[in-house]
Design a protein around this ligand. Sequence first.
Ligand SMILES: Nc1nc2c(c(=O)[nH]1)N[C@H]1C(S)=C(S)[C@@H](COP(=O)(O)OP(=O)(O)OC[C@H]3O[C@@H](n4cnc5c(=O)[nH]c(N)nc54)[C@H](O)[C@@H]3O)O[C@H]1N2
Ligand SMILES: Nc1nc2c(c(=O)[nH]1)N[C@H]1C(S)=C(S)[C@@H](COP(=O)(O)OP(=O)(O)OC[C@H]3O[C@@H](n4cnc5c(=O)[nH]c(N)nc54)[C@H](O)[C@@H]3O)O[C@H]1N2
Ligand SMILES: [Mo]
Length: 690
Amino acid sequence: MEPVTTYEIKTTACPHDCPDTCALVVHVQDGKLVKVTGDAHHATTRGFICAKVRYYPERIYGPDRILTPLRRVGKKGEGKFERISWDEALRHIADKFKEILAVYGGEAILPYSYAGTEGVLNNASMDRRFFHKLGTCLLARTICSAAGKMGYVYTTGATYGSDPENIPYARLIIGWGTNSSSQNIHILPLIKEARAKGAIYIHINPHRSDVAEKADYFLQIRPGTDAALALGMMHVIVKEGLYDADYVARFTYGFDKLKERLEAYPPERVSEITGISVPDIQNVARLYARIKPSFLRVGWGFQRHSNGGMTMRTVSCLPGLVGAWGQLGGGFLYSNGGLFPLNTQALERPDLMTGTPRTLNMVELAKILTELNNPPIKAMYVYNCNPAVVAPNQNKVIQGLLREDLFTVVHEQVFTDTVDYADIVLPATTSFEHLDLYRSYWHLYLQLGEPVIPPVGESKSNVEVFRLLAQAMGFEDPCFRDTEEDLIRQALDSSHPFLKGITLERLRQEKRVRLNTPTYPFIAFADGKFPTPSGKIEFYSERMKQAGFDPLPAYIPETESAEGSLELHRKYPISLINAGAKYFVNSSFGNLKSMLAKEKRPVIELHYEDAKARGISEGDRVRVYNDRGECFLYARVGETVPKGSAISFKSWWNKKTGFNGNLNRITSHELEPLGGGAVFYTNLVEVEKI
Ligand SMILES: Nc1nc2c(c(=O)[nH]1)N[C@H]1C(S)=C(S)[C@@H](COP(=O)(O)OP(=O)(O)OC[C@H]3O[C@@H](n4cnc5c(=O)[nH]c(N)nc54)[C@H](O)[C@@H]3O)O[C@H]1N2
Ligand SMILES: Nc1nc2c(c(=O)[nH]1)N[C@H]1C(S)=C(S)[C@@H](COP(=O)(O)OP(=O)(O)OC[C@H]3O[C@@H](n4cnc5c(=O)[nH]c(N)nc54)[C@H](O)[C@@H]3O)O[C@H]1N2
Ligand SMILES: [Mo]
């Protein structure tokens, strides 16, 4: 055995696209990461982390790690490559880009990225500068949360809500469209603390999960009908005079018009739409109105339906009606991403653009690669993203990625499904190997992640690669020479009081610093002022009217539903929703042997009556299909979903399942109308035993 020469314990932050953004403690032996744990001193991490990140050494040093730049030698999709040097790779990319620029212009080049890392620098800084200067298409990064974000903005004007550290003070908590035992596990101790003091927990979800089982009330709602439930709850609250009349008069706009709208949503009708009983609708409405403070935690689930933006718009009216805002322990939280006033203009430098290039919506990749003209996309540069797995309508996405005339660069840490379609592959560092700054879209702490191990193989960070590419293109603007430290200073350069006194030096010393909020926990909208045009919560929205939408909260049946299209529903009667897999974060970790062993196999949970009607039993292999394609899953049969619905877990790699086990073979690339978001969960399918 080699003698141990060094053993260090360091701290960093988790980079993954997950609300919790944990504070990590890492153990490094002889320059190698050997153990990752959660920091006990962080207010929300509280000393524990998920299984996925505990297994990080397997991700960093595993056989799938990309170690050098590569050039394709086989056919597209085969994943056969030869090793090349960084110089060759950069030169090749620059030459190709120059060629395309000369013939087709910058709009023939598509940057394609999402949130592989949430690190502020490696997520959006030097990359944006580079593409702005190059004059490429802009990308609308809508694949996750855009629908909900827009819906919430129409109601409150804001891109943030309540501080989760309020939760222990709440007396009533609702988890609506959340999958918190897999996706936001650090909310569980906060809820537990509140419940130990007597708080009630209500869970609203089509899926009977372990969290649903433990709730005081579980409303098993039919997918895509949440807006009807919210309207029904508001109907009861208003009819029974339970609303906060003083709060409504002072801080909301359009109550009278809302009242008229609510006439159409008596509990009996809402019960028919949602599948929830009349007494349950009444009880939950009464509890929500009477018990204060109440904390409504909304997840990303219901906004992934075709009516998702309007549903968020509608559900987010509830706290205004009962005056839940502005209290310790109260309010509403979807995402807190907008609470960090970092100087993104300085980081991304939109001023480097000449003119306004076209913006393409990332959800429509299938269409962009196969149908777009004037100019067509001739090059795609993928980083922080695994589109061959995560983008909807995968058969068409793959058809696009297979195009011989498409030059594809993929900068990745591991050999994903997308890498197989690359012409040039670049090896990326992990967050443990580069410097970055982390915010969270849930808690209120900024964290510094300094490299804790050296880069593995020849890998380089996104910031470094775009600096080098700028050089290779001959870009001379000084901003392309900025170091990571320069970028962090620029990000923090803001006059916003939340950032007062937060400097790189302080972050280096303390590693994690809470935003300077006026109170702890932060009470959002304590003064009753909302950043909408009226300055109030808008039950009625002139802006929505101008944009061509219903100005009032509304229930719009899903496009793919019996009410949306009876014909389609006859052909494909099962409504298939998804949730994140417990042991992956989207597709990240989907290659690790240990995580695959825990996750076992890609399943679809069916209602026993639907299964019986199709001769399907527990454990059967099934074909799930519609006009877009098919995927192959294993059946679980029971009562975890309402009849006529099914659930499956997202982002299995096709090559690791050995067959098409990925749900995006059958999802649609249609856009949700309010925010242009993805509609992964509006998906009618048929299921058959094979
Ligand atoms: N383990 C793990 N953690 C993750 C991720 C992961 O893949 N795995 N992904 C990360 C990312 S990118 C995100 S955006 C977040 C997402 O975190 P979540 O908010 O948990 O989002 P989803 O996984 O989309 O699903 C949420 C829940 O919505 C429910 N749902 C689906 N349709 C409806 C509906 O119509 N109405 C209601 N009321 N509920 C519905 C599903 O049953 C599921 O329980 O999690 C992050 N964290
Ligand atoms: N069917 C279905 N599809 C879905 C969803 C769903 O619910 N159902 N959910 C959607 C949601 S919520 C989201 S957010 C998207 C997520 O989609 P993506 O953002 O693509 O997320 P990941 O699948 O985790 O892929 C991120 C990739 O980035 C790489 N990466 C990580 N750090 C770095 C880095 O520093 N540099 C570079 N160059 N690469 C890095 C990782 O190795 C990983 O392969 O998927 C969506 N797709
Ligand atoms: Mo997401």
